[in-house]
Design a protein around this ligand. Sequence first.
Ligand SMILES: [Zn+2]
Length: 150
Amino acid sequence: MIVSRQVEWDMGHRVMNHHSKCRNVHGHRYKLEAFLSGELVTKEADSSEGMVIDFGDVKSVLLEHVHDVLDHGFLVWEKDLMMMNFFKKNPDMKHIVVPFTSTAENLAAWIFKNLESQFNNLYGKNLRLEEIYLWETPTSKVVCKRGDIK
Ligand SMILES: [Zn+2]
């Protein structure tokens, strides 16, 4: 069975080398949905009996490792010298430096890698992150599946 949970956050970014408006400093209301496969807990009287995992436990991981890291921050590519200089002068402005241009595709791969290890570490081998959906706008999303990233 597969369970999923969503989380949303607000974040700024820009796609430095894009030919059009994405070069500008702007932000989005991002939404992530994480899909986890696992086996039903069948142990009688267990707190999770009849579940793959408590939705609240999934929410906790998504909040700690995605929402709280990125919310109201600015995702900046380390090669974007204009923004890197700005944050050097304003280090109290929340920003997250990443080694990739901040497209939704790259962000989805980065989130997938981070979450995969978190779920593996927390809940053992029976729980696996299968795929994530990452919406950059209400009508545009990326699907990143296990095996899509190395
Ligand atoms: Zn954008």
